[in-house]
Design a protein around this ligand. Sequence first.
Ligand SMILES: [Zn+2]
Length: 233
Amino acid sequence: MPVLDLIDFGRRMYERDLLVAMDGNVSARRPDGTYLCSRAGTHKGFLEPSDFVVVDSDGKKLSGEGEPTTEIFLHLAAYQERPDVGAVLHAHPPHAIACTLAGISLEDPILAEVILTLGTVPVVPYATTGSKALAEACRPHFRLRDAILLERHGAVVLGRTPLEAFCRLETLEHLARILLLAHRVRAPTLIPRPEAIHLRKLGLGRYGGPPEAVAMRDREDADLPLPHDDGKR
Ligand SMILES: [Zn+2]
């Protein structure tokens, strides 16, 4: 039952230090084309069934107590761009946010497992939380990625199920933590691009991903963006 799954993963996000206090929000697509989402002003570690509202595809509340999460437009943009997605989680993972503050890119090929499952993780430039501008800035990234970072703010992860989205959130935060540990010693070296492309093609074949990304699997560079010119190579 989606509401119980969302309650469960809200608690797990809190217990894994992926958000605190009233941070974050969770949602799921319903078979009738409406969406279940956490209401505004709830602690995601202690959600109850009464903390959820149902909204239509414009974000208008159809049932439930209180108001939908202020980030509902972010969730709706993900569902609109990705008919394959059934759940969206938004959290404030501290190491990942720290990377956006420190200018440490998660778009570089650093760890094989991340390339296999997520590809790269884009960072969306700062925009006001809850704004339609933020949702629109994320929209093009949702077509190609299941995990994106919001500068100074947090992460948005997509999945067919809440578990799949949660795994992507954990992977993203784990990568960020490893990157910050490595940077204490030195800037990490990158996986050479031919190997990164090889891994990505393997991952898209083995684990799938956003349909537009999977469709790029046979292209020369698969779906990997061109390298940054940041002097690290
Ligand atoms: Zn947030």
